[in-house]
Design a binder for this molecule. Structure first.
Ligand SMILES: Cc1cc2nc3c(=O)[nH]c(=O)nc-3n(C[C@H](O)[C@H](O)[C@H](O)COP(=O)(O)OP(=O)(O)OC[C@H]3O[C@@H](n4cnc5c(N)ncnc54)[C@H](O)[C@@H]3O)c2cc1C
Length: 297
């Protein structure tokens, strides 16, 4: 970090932490430290910070529900969007949502305002920025079905509005690069019947409790489903359900969920994942692809 930014940190409302543990912000609750961690107050300060930090060496953290930070940490700056990115507004027949809004809060807002189509967000524990980057979805709906455009900053602090079709959303992926920061997401507005919206949300909640170990330290589905196949089924049939590596184990409820039983290191989790990849490959000749993002050294 430049001396200028060090000076800035004293004047900004954004909060800066040095050699700060990042693993604790992830759902796995394990992993190392970031050289610099900043909770960015608002867009004005985001611009200042982006102008000062090393262009390539930063990463944007959402709510850490799809992220594994390696034990030796991240040798750069991790940014997290703070208060100024946490609003939801209905404007000119559009729904404008700050990128740090949690998916569940958007779904609750939609329920209160009779907006339909966003019920599936009640089943995903991330932020809206993370939902766009990952094209998150469940129970037959995904982010690409409901957004119209996004506001994004690049590493040179330039702001752009990008239309949905230009971010190439596909199964659990987009073409948004690690040095692009989504700050706002615009949704199409469709109104529906409150009781109908509520029933859908209740159903999603029930199904999740039955099928997923959601109260554990996990990042949800670890691997993407290969075309026309289920990763969980392949993992189970390769004999991996219930196996462990250190304190990391494969959920016996949902074989595509890896769980930190308490003291798992990020290395335990990554090694367990790699072991699964090997076993599935040797049984089916299919190479599983990580859905969980892994960063650090
Ligand atoms: C119990 C559990 C259940 C889950 N179920 C589902 C499910 O049903 N469907 C599903 O799709 N996912 C599911 N997930 C995975 C996860 O919740 C989603 O991928 C979610 O969208 C990640 O959002 P996040 O804010 O937590 O992102 P993070 O985990 O913090 O980051 C994920 C990626 O998004 C990027 N990112 C985050 N915010 C921004 C931003 N503002 N701008 C640019 N990039 C950003 C990060 O840089 C990183 O590359 C589940 C996870 C858990 C723990």
């Amino acid at each position: 970090m430049s001396n200028k930014l060090l000076e800035f940190t004293k004047k900004l409302k954004s909060k800066f932490f040095f050699d700060h543990n990042i693993g604790k912000y992830t759902w796995f609750r394990t992993g190392g430290n970031a050289k610099i961690f900043a909770i960015v107050e608002n867009s004005t300060e985001l611009e200042i910070i982006l102008n000062e930090i090393n262009n390539d060496n930063f990463f944007i953290l959402g709510s850490g529900s799809n992220l594994l930070v390696r034990d030796n940490g991240y040798n750069g700056t991790i940014l997290k969007l703070g208060k100024g990115f946490n609003s939801i507004n209905i404007k000119d027949n559009r729904l404008e949502v700050g990128a740090s809004i949690l998916d569940i809060n958007l779904s609750n807002f939609a329920l209160k305002n009779n907006i339909e189509g966003l019920e599936f967000y009640s089943g995903i524990p991330g932020s809206i920025g993370g939902a766009v980057k990952m094209n998150a979805g469940c129970f037959g709906s995904e982010t690409k079905d409901v957004i119209s455009c996004i506001e994004i900053y690049n590493n040179f602090s330039e702001k752009k509005i990008i239309k949905k079709n230009d971010i190439k959303l596909s199964y659990r992926s987009s073409n948004i690069k690690n040095n692009q920061i989504i700050t706002k997401v615009i949704f199409e507005l469709n109104y529906g019947k409150n009781s109908h919206i509520k029933d859908k949300i209740d159903n999603i909640k029930k199904q999740r409790i039955l099928s997923q170990p959601i109260k554990n330290k996990t990042s949800g589905s670890t691997f993407k489903n290969p075309d026309n196949l289920y990763a969980a089924k392949l993992i189970e049939e390769a004999g991996c359900k219930g196996i462990s590596y250190g304190d990391a184990f494969v959920s016996d409820q949902h074989a595509n969920f890896l769980i930190n039983r308490g003291k798992a290191t990020a290395t335990d989790i990554e090694n367990l994942g790699n072991l699964i990849i090997e076993k599935v490959y040797s049984k089916f000749n299919i190479k599983l692809d990580w859905e969980v993002k892994i960063i650090g050294d």
